[in-house]
Design a protein around this ligand. Structure first.
Ligand code: C5J
Length: 230
């Protein structure tokens, strides 16, 4: 049985370890991705994020087949905004703010349609969904306790946006000792330049806070684990 395999990655091969690996899917929420939603109301091109959906759906399917734990996150706040710092709520001059009524319900508010994950990537029964008030998935959440209880040391990181919540979560995880591989075509930014530089930053300096590989490199390794586990 193969329990460890290597994924070709930058800056060096990444150790994929059965039973110690989780796939984390960050903030693939309607508010960020759908036309007419919050992301678009900020002037962003949501097409840059929507193109992540097909490769990420394939990666999630491969992870499920391999028995890899899949964890989803959602950025958002309580209806009374008690967990939204004023500095986050009032910053800038957007046409719509967190908590305002948007096309998909109150923006980034838990329980609203827009706050939930796009249909194509919906969690299945038994998968963990972390509701986070911040950009990082460790801040003010139960994520670390869940990973510790499951014996997870390796994280495959996906979702949006590359330079904000993906970076923040990867940096938080790296500081806590997790080995993070960011899957390049399964993360997305509204800004192509941020996508390119954001990925380069992770693997620079010998992998300063992680590894980077595309899903075409990750899925075959997951398939090896799936076949071995069968
Ligand atoms: C942002 C996120 N960009 N999920 N959220 O506000 O990256």
């Amino acid at each position: 049985m193969t329990e460890t395999t290597e994924i070709p990655a930058a800056p060096s091969p990444y150790p994929l370890i059965a039973g110690r690996t989780a796939l984390i899917v960050i903030d693939m929420q309607r508010d960020f991705l759908l036309p007419g939603g919050f992301g678009e109301s900020l002037g962003n091109d949501v097409g840059q994020l929507l193109k992540v959906v097909p490769p990420l759906a394939a990666l999630i399917a491969a992870a499920r087949d391999a028995g890899i734990m899949v964890i989803h996150t959602r950025e958002g706040h309580e209806p009374d905004l008690s967990d939204c710092p004023p500095a986050k709520l009032t910053r800038g001059a957007p046409s719509k703010r967190i908590g305002d009524d948007g096309k998909y319900g109150r923006i980034l508010i838990r329980g609203e349609y827009g706050h939930d994950i796009v249909d194509e990537l919906a969690p299945i029964d038994g998968e963990v969904v972390i509701d986070k008030p911040g950009k990082g998935a460790f801040y003010a959440t139960e994520l670390q306790d869940i990973l510790t209880a499951a014996g997870i040391t390796q994280l495959l990181v996906t979702g949006v946006t590359t330079e904000v919540c993906v970076h923040t979560t990867t940096r938080e995880a790296n500081d806590r000792g997790y080995e993070c591989l960011v899957v390049s075509d399964c993360v997305g930014s509204y800004f192509p330049e941020f996508q390119r530089v954001g990925l380069e930053m992770i693997a620079a300096q010998g992998g300063i806070f992680g590894w980077v590989a595309d899903s075409a490199s990750v899925i075959p390794a997951l398939t090896i684990l799936a076949v071995s586990a069968a």
